[in-house]
Design a protein. Structure first.
Length: 130
């Protein structure tokens, strides 16, 4: 595979991962109750108020922005990988009962693979980097 094809594939992967992350972040802004419930149920972090959730969302927006423009790849790509790994593994019980409304949780695994690929191949991810 030539470097242009690889760079194009990595750009598409980066943008699609960023889209998912952005949707989760927007949820924190517009549906604080849902975001708080997710933190309580899957991460066992209770009592997050609206201001804390907004601070988390703003931090995520900054991270996503840096990720989208390919800045500080050693750090931003690793943080995205870690965040998504935690969010993939946190609902582990859902994977044990896939046919009881939990099938969509399995979509986290290919995205986790994409996050790993982006991190592992970050030196080749050169399209639209600023």
């Amino acid at each position: 595979m030539n470097n242009t094809k690889l760079a194009n594939a990595l750009l598409f992967m980066r943008l699609s991962v960023a889209l998912v992350l952005l949707m989760w972040t927007i949820d924190k802004f517009i549906n604080v109750g849902h975001a708080t419930a997710v933190f309580e149920k899957f991460y066992f972090i209770a009592g997050l108020g609206e201001s804390i959730m907004m601070a988390i969302a703003i931090g995520e927006l900054i991270l996503i922005g840096l990720f989208v423009i390919g800045r500080f790849k050693n750090i931003t790509y690793l943080i995205v990988l870690i965040i998504h790994a935690v969010s993939t593994l946190a609902p582990f019980a859902k994977y044990l009962d896939p046919y009881n409304g939990n099938l969509l949780f399995f979509t986290a695994w290919p995205m986790l693979a994409a996050c790993y690929a982006l991190y592992a191949l970050r030196e080749y991810d050169t399209k639209l980097n600023f």
